[in-house]
Unconditional design. Structure first.
Length: 160
C-alpha cells in the first residue's frame, strides 16, 4: 500500500476570493507536479481531498494525470486542524494506494505520525509538494519512498 500526501498548490488570498482557489502559478505548479508523479508511476486507486476548493483543484490535477479511474471524493478528517491520528486510523487495514490532497499543519503532522516521530522532529514537508510513503503491513508502519517539491526530479529517500 502506498500513500501519497500532497499539499495543495499556491492559492489566492481571501481578500481576492473567499473560496481561495489556486492561483495561476499554483495551478501550473500542481499540473507539473502531477505530471512528474505520473511519470514516476503514481497510480492511486483512491483520491481524497478536504473539500476546500484549493485542495479539490489539486486533487483533480493528480486524478487526471495519474488515474482518472480512481475513486475521487471529498472526505472527512482532512481539515487543517483535524487530528492526524484520524486519517492514520482510517488508513490502517487498507490495501489500496491512496492520494491525499490537504493542508498544513495537518499534512506535516500526519507525516510525522506515520513515521513514528514527534511533530517537528526531523520531519519536514515540502510546501506545495508531495511525499510518497509505503506500508507492507496494512498501514501499521510506514517508510518514506520519495518526495518532491516539483522543482525537478525530486529527492529520493533511502530506505532504512
Amino acid at each position: 500500500m502506498i500513500v501519497y500526501l500532497v499539499h495543495h498548490g499556491d492559492a489566492v488570498g481571501p481578500d481576492v476570493d473567499a473560496a481561495r482557489p489556486l492561483s495561476a502559478v499554483g495551478q501550473r505548479h500542481v499540473e507539473e507536479l502531477a505530471s512528474e508523479a505520473a511519470s514516476r508511476g503514481v497510480r492511486p486507486e483512491i483520491v481524497w481531498h478536504s473539500g476546500k476548493l484549493r485542495a479539490r483543484q489539486t486533487a483533480e490535477a493528480f486524478w487526471r494525470a495519474c488515474n482518472a479511474l480512481a475513486t475521487f471524493s471529498a472526505t472527512r478528517d482532512l481539515q487543517p486542524s483535524d487530528p492526524p491520528a484520524w486519517i492514520r486510523d482510517r488508513l490502517r487495514g487498507g490495501t489500496q494506494d491512496v492520494l491525499i490532497a490537504g493542508h498544513f499543519p495537518h499534512l506535516p503532522g500526519l507525516l510525522a505520525l506515520l513515521l513514528h516521530r514527534h511533530h517537528g522532529e526531523g520531519v519536514e514537508f515540502p510546501p506545495h509538494g508531495i511525499v510518497a510513503l509505503e506500508s507492507s503491513d496494512h498501514g501499521e508502519t510506514w517508510t518514506e519512498l520519495w518526495r518532491s517539491s516539483g522543482t525537478g526530479a525530486g529527492e529520493p529517500t533511502h530506505r532504512r
